[in-house]
Ligand binder design. Structure first.
Ligand SMILES: NC(=O)c1ccc[n+]([C@@H]2O[C@H](COP(=O)([O-])OP(=O)(O)OC[C@H]3O[C@@H](n4cnc5c(N)ncnc54)[C@H](OP(=O)(O)O)[C@@H]3O)[C@@H](O)[C@H]2O)c1
Length: 243
């Protein structure tokens, strides 16, 4: 994208692959121009820009490590110059490298908190400066955040997502007078989960009896986009997982 756009602009972090890619495509289909924030998947980012362009929307891929606050600030300065606005930010980066808390490497802890929580905040900070009334931030969480539980495997991830929920609510309360909403969508066991139980065991974990699809998550994002009076909420999209 070379000129400031008058169309709504969505910024999706971790947007080149998997859930983020699906959200980029569905947001483009809804009418957004899309800025795809990614870290290393150059080929996926390039093909996604092409796929969105083929639908008539504009797309631009921005390579940035969201854990680097200076790089994020530069990226949003670039978005200010190129697109001129951010109507929707989806904080989709959520690194999950599960290990027992009894052996949790401090470097893994630091990396998880930096990307999943601090990185999301850096992006909120950059996006909010470019966000008009009617804008929206959607943070991607994980199912079962309500009520603090012992999560002995992936504790760093759980802490990062719990912090993201706290951030969601604080920003929702603070920015509501400016007509900016902040919500969270929390997947459970998606069909591409690294932890997915075998099909014959899925109903032991997920009461509705199947894993979630990427479209299940996109539906929830689109619901929140339509639901203009909903802010500060965390929507589990998980088929009853971790109820
Ligand atoms: N999959 C599930 O079953 C599930 C369940 C519950 C919650 N969720 C949540 O749903 C979201 C998406 O999950 P996913 O499995 O699709 O994600 P993913 O494959 O783990 O990661 C998505 C992308 O995030 C990017 N990324 C990672 N660290 C980054 C950084 N520091 N800076 C910029 N980009 C970075 C990577 O981009 P590059 O490839 O360019 O490096 C990666 O492609 C996450 O928030 C996750 O916690 C997923």
């Amino acid at each position: 994208m070379s000129a400031v756009t008058t169309r709504p602009v969505a910024v999706v972090t971790g947007g080149a692959r998997r859930l983020g890619r699906h959200l980029c495509l569905s947001l483009a289909a809804r009418g957004y121009d899309v800025v795809i924030v990614y870290r290393s998947s150059d080929d996926d980012a390039r093909t996604l820009v092409q796929a969105i362009a083929a639908t008539g929307r504009r797309a631009r891929a921005v390579k940035v490590d969201v854990a680097d606050k200076h790089a994020v600030a530069a990226a949003f300065a670039g978005i200010g110059a190129a697109e001129g606005r951010v109507d929707l930010l989806v904080n989709n980066v959520g690194n999950y490298n599960p290990q027992s808390v009894t052996a949790l490497d401090p470097d893994v802890w630091d990396d998880t908190i930096a990307a999943n929580l601090s990185g999301a905040y850096y992006c909120c900070y950059g996006a909010l400066k470019l966000m008009p009334a009617g804008g929206h931030i959607i943070n991607i969480g994980m199912a079962g955040l309500e009520g603090i539980r012992a999560n002995t495997r992936g504790t760093d991830y759980y802490v990062s997502k719990t912090g993201l929920l706290v951030l969601t609510r604080a920003l929702a309360a603070a920015y509501a007078p400016q007509q900016i909403r902040v919500n969270m969508v929390s997947p459970g066991q998606l069909e591409n989960s690294v932890d997915l139980p075998p099909p014959e065991e899925i109903s032991q974990w997920v009461p509705i009896g199947r894993s979630g699809t990427l479209d299940d998550i996109a539906q929830a994002v689109h619901y929140l986009l339509d639901a203009g009076y909903v802010t500060g909420q965390n929507l589990d999209v998980a088929g009853g997982y971790r109820l």
